[in-house]
Structures are given as C-alpha cells and as structure tokens.
Ligand binder design. Sequence first.
Ligand code: ZN
Length: 232
Amino acid sequence: MTPGNVVGQDETHLCSALDAEWLTVSVHRDVVDPFRELADAAAGEGCDLAILSGFRSFDKQLSIWNRKARGDLAVLDSDARPLDITTLTDRDLVLAILRWSALPGASRHHWGTDIDVYDAAARPDGYEIELVPSEYESGGMFAPFSNWLDERIADGSAFGFFRPYDRDRNGVAPERWHLSYAPLATGFARMLTPNLLRQTIESADMMLKDVVLANLDEIVTRFVTNTNPAVP
Ligand SMILES: [Zn+2]
C-alpha cells in the first residue's frame, strides 16, 4: 500500500470492470470476493445488492469539493435540504460541505474498500437514486434491504462489512448506504496520517484551502477519524 493509494492518487490497488465483467465501478481487488459473498446472502433474501459508487479518485473528490465551494453543486443541511451558502462564513461553508462530502484526500472511497450500496430489485424502473436518508429509512424503498443489512452487521455475518457512518456523531451525516470492508479499511485508516493529508492538500488546487489547513486538526477529529468504533 502506497501513500498514493490512501489519498486517491494511485489506483494500482483496484479491480475494475476490465477484470470482473459484472463490476460496474472500481473497488479494491480484495473486496471483490467478500462483496460477492454478501451479494449471495442478499440474493437469498430476494435483494439484488448493487454498488452505486466505489472507488473515487482524489481528482474526482476535488472536483466535487470545488463545485460545492463555488456554489455550482448544492451544499445540503443536515436534513439534506439545500443551503444558501452566501450567508455562511468560509469556515461554516467548509463545515457544511464536510457534512455530506469528504475532504479530498480523506475520502474512504479513495481506498476502494468502501462502497455505496442499494437493492437493485427494489429500485423502480427509471428511478435515479439520490442517496438520501429517506430512501433507506422506514418507509423508503431500500428500508427492507437496509434493515436486513443491520441484522447481518449486528450478528457478525456481514463478511467484514460495517457502517462507518451508522449514526450522527456530529461529523459526517449518517449514511446508511455506505459500507466499509473493515479488514482492509482499518489499515488504510491507520496510514491516513494528518501529515499525509496536510501535504496532499497543500499541493492541490483546492478552493477554501487556507481555511481547511487552518482548521485541519479539528476537521480530522470531527470528520475523518470520528467513525463507528464497532469495527468487525
Ligand atoms: Zn459513500
């Protein structure tokens, strides 16, 4: 594992559709087998486990970040409603973006160990998935699938997957669609030091960079390392 693998600037750890025909996104090559096991278990419940988002590069995350900072992409409040960012200080804008979007360099999606999942069998034809709480919570189309995942994770039969953003810890908003493969993600998390993150951001063409660097310790504590401690 290289520092580049950790911050999304080196893709040598990935497996893509070129290697496995059914894969529609890239993931860490050692996540493929456990994912298949989880998908087989889901199929037994009538669910069609699918990945909406897997690996995301540093440049892709940077593009999301910069578009949100410029106001080209909506910045959402805790209830997933668009915020008027012109009323925010730069620091508050940074904190608001971080609620739903990772800092470039600190996204768990850089690792290929983390995936956003849904139940393709429960998705109505033509429906575009938004990845918002209402889709996964009680009454939502993916609630039965999500509840099934809860049970598997709780009884230790989710093949190493868990939810890093299982509940609100005053950092990243709860994301019931986001799964992480713990046996690998733990190693990536350990390698993502504040120093590596600082160096990566310093050399990036990033909006609000000075504000991020000035508040980096707090950002790491609140939004990067502040995840579900119940790692399988
Ligand atoms: Zn995610």
